[in-house]
Design a binder for this molecule. Sequence first.
Ligand code: FAD
Ligand code: ATP
Length: 581
Amino acid sequence: MVVLVSLSSALRNLSYLPNPTSKLLVSTKICLPDSLQIMNFSPKSEPSSGSSTTFQVPGLNSDEIDQVGEETFRRYSLPNIRRNGVGVAIVWFRNDLRVLDNEALYQAWISSEAVLPVYCIDPRLFGTTHYFKFPKSGALRAEFMIQCLADLKKNLMIWGLNLLIQHGKPEDILPTIAKAFEAHTVFAHKETCSEEVKVEKLVSKALRRVVITQGRSSDQNPDNPRLQLIWGSTMYHIDDLPSNPGSLPDVYTQFRKSVESKCTVRHCFKLPASLGPLPSQSLDDLGGWGCVPSLNQLGLYQEKGDKGLRFVGGENAALSRVHEYFWKKDLLRVYKKTRNGMLGLDYSTKFSPWLTFGNLSPRFIYEEVKRYEKVRQANDSTYWVLFELIWRDYFIFLSIKYGNSIFHLGGPRNVNSKWSQDLILFNSWREGRTGYPLIDANMKELYTTGFMSNRGRQIVCSFLVRDMGIDWRMGAEWFETCLLDYDPCSNYGNWTYGAGVGNDPREDRYFSIPKQAQTYDPDGEYVAYWLPELLALPKEKRNSPGKEYIQQIVPLKFGNTNSRSGSSYPQMRKQKREHKR
Ligand SMILES: Cc1cc2nc3c(=O)[nH]c(=O)nc-3n(C[C@H](O)[C@H](O)[C@H](O)COP(=O)(O)OP(=O)(O)OC[C@H]3O[C@@H](n4cnc5c(N)ncnc54)[C@H](O)[C@@H]3O)c2cc1C
Ligand SMILES: Nc1ncnc2c1ncn2[C@@H]1O[C@H](COP(=O)(O)OP(=O)(O)OP(=O)(O)O)[C@@H](O)[C@H]1O
């Protein structure tokens, strides 16, 4: 009856089904690409200059990851809860690839007798970016997504369900499935940007055309399935905001103070003992459950990077990273002091890729911070993780307030500036060949791993838009391709902010490279890690190697000295106004 079997045993027996209650599941295999058949977690210690190994995030082995998953799910289980619904409900998984604190999944379960979880591999995700036609999803992010799907399928099976994986547009797939399964509702999480909202509208419209006749009594159920959208991506719920998103303050600090004083964070949704059963209908007409795709099947190829961070996708890895960062390594205690680092696993939480795919709920992080504050200590650092998550909320809500203007050149403030689209300059930035080690190292890290620190992102953004004068959207779209944690709201929100077309009260944010290097990479450890040719240089020369490195492609806007001391630059006046985020 209780379906919560050991994650370790489920992994070991990937081809068997842990839930004996479901007829459909018997003899079904989790169909995984070869690269996922054995997830071999091999944690390594911290990176150091010159080392060329990859470092897995989280740095736990597979048994530890399973154990953390099991313990967390146990803490969040609510075995006595009863469902009271009828018929079949569909869960359309989008950027909410988790079981815990997933309100769409919970609502589907409570309002039905059987739940069918579905994921659509939408070809539009693998098209090109809007203006500059870069790949819309780089191979690293696609690989992370594949891992998320495999992990979700596994967790759903543990809870008595499965994941139907289909290739195609949700507006084509969901109505067909709703019809075949006579579903009364498709539950999904609401998104905010126009591309995603457009798909929601198309799905909703297509569902309205589906007429379900069989087995329904008209007084109990509507004739056609409906799309029920649920809010679930932010820490503060949209319905709890002090005003509707259209009237929210433009400036972050005002937004933060307002939500902190007037709102509370809702509790996470707990889990019943089983989410099953699945609907009794056969999936034969749909070709079975579908496979977790391989990178090849998505038309992508990724050379294996041999250094830097390697994130593991999925909810179990996400929960394990929270456990590792907060409890095992006790790093939450010092987060505020370390968060501006650039090298290694532990200077910051690294939660962002899992937040983007919804493997991790921000409310869960909030509850873990509060638990840590009770059990261990509360200080500036414990608060600061929440402070940063409010930045994330802020950009999500701003995307509602400002709509498509966050993607436009003039940004939300419709600023009219001159920008260049010089491809020689842009490509030198993109490929890490600018002649500035701090820029080049960060861009190589992004390309190799799909990740870059927040400090690095601010520096390379400032360099591209302020020193090179390049159209900020080129930078934003390259980030869209490469980042594992790419999220339209945070990405375009931060880029408009950095380019001076967003809602930053300071319009002249300039990050001086020599000053940044001196403060955040004083011994050149970071640049030498990504640019091993600098290793042989004395530490103080690595960020200002002169002729020992490639020629600088542009001078810096406020002086081009690479002196280690930041105090004598003509740009100091500007630097004092650098916004410390
Ligand atoms: C130009 C630029 C582009 C960016 N693009 C993205 C993006 O596409 N997706 C994304 O998630 N973040 C983006 N960020 C924000 C930030 O850099 C990353 O969230 C952060 O580096 C992720 O690392 P972490 O999880 O270790 O962060 P931590 O420092 O540990 O912060 C914890 C969490 O707070 C949130 N957070 C922190 N800083 C920000 C911020 N400035 N804006 C929004 N949320 C924040 C993230 O969810 C993060 O996981 C961008 C920043 C810049 C300057
Ligand atoms: N999730 C998303 N990720 C990236 N870009 C998005 C997303 N959602 C919407 N956009 C962008 O929003 C814009 C669509 O808005 P709009 O209709 O104003 O554009 P458009 O008229 O096609 O663009 P333009 O007139 O600027 O060429 C596009 O730039 C599109 O790429």
